[in-house]
Design a binder for this molecule. Structure first.
Ligand SMILES: [Zn+2]
Length: 329
């Protein structure tokens, strides 16, 4: 099994100018789709669980599913990552569960809604690094405020990063990776349909220029595929029209210092679209495998596409595994 600290994947991505997909998981079908796509495209992958997902699965079930993914795929380097940890205690708990990486989102208070001051963010981030680093666990922090709300995380406000502050924060904390607010947004309702969305690549470039070789993370980077939203609404759903982050922009970001791109909503939409379609077209069906199975297939196709066409991470797993083997022997 190749469970690795996330930093190892980020460094490889940074050096080779691609980004690793960080895909959120809640259940078995999602994990299986992510891993099947990783096998098919020979891609390193970050499987991440939010606090909400861990709670939903009573912690142990999701932990064991993530471990199963690693055992079942010895040729795929995997990081097990906590998404949006809200306190040192939450991060400790994830590390005790065997996570190889944690995010401490010190941009918000423990309620995950109220923005913090820079000093408060600095303090909680340092406390997590002090605990995690001796254990070889990667730490991701966040600075600035993303728009949108997902899984109860988000203030609903937007506050883009100030490059000066980002540089200061990274130097002071020596954190492994930093999530920045440069125009991406959490959730399925990021922007109104038709509204042009731009990631602020200028802010990104400025941060990259000032702290070269440092891994940047983009949250809220689903593209909200129109066809999935249309499919949901065609079969009885009622989603508002919405727009996400154009994949062309993600592709460009992936070639820069951005080495982890978080994608959650796209998976939720694709899965729901397929299940709704089956419920509508085969109302006699009641075997969960007959709708969760096809939903898993639809997810698989989406993850393959992301790895190959958006992130540039396809084909990178063998080099990482070879380097790990060389180190061990
Ligand atoms: Zn996030």
């Amino acid at each position: 099994m190749a469970l690795v600290p996330m930093r190892l994947l980020l460094d490889h991505a940074l050096k080779n100018k691609y980004a690793v997909g960080a895909y959120n998981v809640n259940n078995m079908e999602q994990i299986q789709a992510i891993m099947a796509a990783a096998r098919e495209t020979r891609t390193p992958v970050i499987v991440q669980a939010s606090r909400g997902a861990l709670k939903y699965s009573n912690f142990i079930y999701l932990k064991k599913l993530m471990e199963a993914a690693a055992i079942d795929n010895p040729d795929i380097p995997i990081a097990m990552h906590l998404d949006h940890g809200n306190s040192l205690d939450t991060c400790k708990k994830a590390i005790e569960l065997g996570f190889t990486s944690v995010m401490i989102d010190g941009s918000l208070k423990e309620d995950s809604k109220t923005p913090t001051t820079y000093e408060e963010n600095l303090d909680v981030t340092l406390s997590v690094i002090e605990y995690a680093r001796p254990l070889g666990v990667t730490v991701e922090a966040e600075l600035g405020t993303l728009g949108g709300i997902e899984d109860g995380v988000g203030s609903g406000q937007v506050h883009l990063n100030d490059p000066d502050q980002a540089v200061k924060f990274v130097r002071k904390t020596k954190v492994d990776a930093l999530a920045v607010a440069i125009g991406t947004s959490h959730g399925a309702y990021k922007f109104k349909a038709g509204q042009a969305q731009e990631i602020r690549l200028d802010i990104l470039r400025e941060i990259e220029r000032r702290i070269p070789g440092f891994p940047i993370v983009l949250h809220g980077s689903s593209s909200i595929p129109e066809e999935a939203v249309a499919q949901i609404n065609r079969y009885g759903g009622r989603l508002k029209d919405s727009a996400g982050i154009p994949e062309a922009q993600l592709r460009e970001a992936a070639r820069s210092a951005v080495c982890k791109i978080n994608i959650d909503s796209d998976g939720r939409l694709v899965m729901t679209a397929k299940i709704r379609e089956i419920f509508a077209l085969k109302p006699e069906e009641f075997d969960p495998r007959k709708y969760l199975g096809p939903a898993r297939e639809a997810l698989l196709a989406m993850y393959i596409r992301k790895n190959r066409e958006v992130l540039g991470s396809a084909g990178r797993a063998p080099e990482i595994i070879a380097a790990l083997d060389a180190e061990r022997s």
